[in-house]
Design a protein around this ligand. Structure first.
Ligand code: C5P
Length: 403
């Protein structure tokens, strides 16, 4: 909930601005008090009257408007809030914020505020992929800005699709809640999650992968963020959207995943939900392997690093709680118990991924939690339900272990 939390919504000038009107409502539904600033460009898409009517107070538009300065002033607008949300954050607005510009009300407030800032980028996929935008994004993240989206999908322009759609209002609300979570169960904790498959190249067009969708790992990252944790999600190639309010590092291979995980340390908790390929081709061919009449090529495989075991066995910097998954098709509990020992982790969530269960790629999961204390059967539920239960158990465990 956002009961009585004050949110300053800065609406940038993009077609996604129409969704920002819905965002005002969604934030209010959660109990927030919303104030709005519209950039000049935003007013080409939505009116200050519409935004102000929804907010129940006039929307602000002009840095040099004597009346606004008299009413509140840009410094008070910047300070009298708990969170600033920029939605949509256009490429131009992101560039201005990165550069510390302050030539209009929106940018002046963003420079003057001492409150957390959440941005929801929205733009054409080519603008999003542009080096300048990615450079600005990296700088904004380094400066402590939180980012929700963008998602991939259809653009407002007909026939255009790709990454660049603004996160949905409900996702932005979830990210805002994660950021503002007062005394959330994991507030102040750093949580590292791996998710999705890895993809191990055979040649430039072929690879070895598996059926992992990333749904369970991503749900865990989202639930930890919603409980107030600072979350780094290291994900292999997936089609599920990035969870809002989470720092996502995208990788392809197991070796890249291990490197990203080590870079993300220190962490209080690490959850290894990724389905890491156990083996990779010894040498990926530089060119596409051709049918040359000499019969099929032989793939020589070598073992990938075990990320979970590597982290669990670290002498220094081991997360306080290391949690693995055991996806098995037979004798699930026996294998999982053996895995707990072999990998050196604290808990294992074991699930049966035989094709008949529909768990791999599906929306539901049935798990057992295995620890030194024994085996606990959890009820069949959605992957989000499993994630919330796990976060609850993690919070209890960290509470116990508190020094
Ligand atoms: O050995 P197995 O793949 O069944 O172990 C599953 C657990 O180990 C999962 O938590 C998975 O994320 C992790 N794992 C890993 N690195 C590997 C293989 C598995 O982190 N190379």
């Amino acid at each position: 909930m956002l009961s009585n939390r004050r949110i300053l919504l800065i609406i940038g000038g993009g077609i996604a601005a129409y969704k920002s009107l819905d965002l005002i409502r969604r934030l209010q539904d959660r109990g927030a008090r919303v104030r709005c600033i519209l950039t000049d460009a935003a007013q080409q898409f939505v009116t200050a009257l519409a935004a102000g009517t929804l907010c129940g107070e006039r929307a602000y538009t002009d840095l040099f408007d004597a009346q606004s300065e008299f009413d509140v002033g840009h410094i008070r607008l910047a300070r009298d809030t708990d969170l600033v949300v920029v939605a949509p954050a256009t490429a131009d607005l992101m560039a201005k914020i990165t550069g510390g510009h302050a030539d209009d009300l929106a940018t002046a407030v963003l420079l003057a505020t001492d409150k957390p800032i959440l941005i929801a980028p929205a733009m054409n996929p080519h603008m999003w992929a542009a080096k300048a935008t990615q450079r600005n994004l990296a700088q904004l993240k380094a400066d402590g800005f939180r980012v929700a989206g963008p998602n991939s999908g259809e653009m407002a322009e007909r026939g255009e699709a790709g990454v660049g759609r603004m996160a949905e209002p409900t996702e932005i609300v979830a990210a805002a809640e994660a950021l503002l979570h007062r005394a959330g169960a994991l507030t102040g904790k750093r949580v590292l999650v791996t998710s999705g498959p890895t993809s191990e190249p055979i040649d430039p067009v072929r690879y070895i992968a598996n059926r992992s969708s990333g749904k369970q790992g991503h749900a865990i990252a989202a639930a930890a963020a919603a409980a107030g944790a600072e979350v780094v999600l290291v994900s292999g190639p997936v089609t599920v959207p990035d969870p809002a309010g989470v720092s996502v590092v995208k990788v392809e291979t197991a070796r890249q995943m291990l490197e990203a995980v080590e870079q993300a340390l220190p962490a209080d908790v690490a959850v290894f939900a990724a389905a890491v390929a156990d083996w990779r081709p010894r040498q990926a061919s530089a060119g596409k392997i051709k049918k040359d009449g000499r019969g099929p090529p032989t793939l020589e495989l070598v073992e990938n690093p075990d990320i979970l075991a590597t982290l669990a066995h670290r002498k220094s910097g081991r997360p306080r709680l290391v949690i693995g998954f055991a996806a098995e098709t037979d004798d699930v509990l026996a294998h999982a118990k053996a895995k707990l020992k072999k990998k050196g982790c604290d808990w294992i969530l074991a699930n049966d991924v035989s094709p008949t269960t529909g768990i791999m790629g599906g929306d539901d999961n049935t798990v057992h939690l295995i620890s030194a204390a024994g085996v606990e059967a959890w009820p069949p539920q959605s992957k989000e339900g499993v994630a919330r239960m796990l976060v609850g158990r993690v919070a209890t465990e960290l509470g116990k272990k508190k020094r």
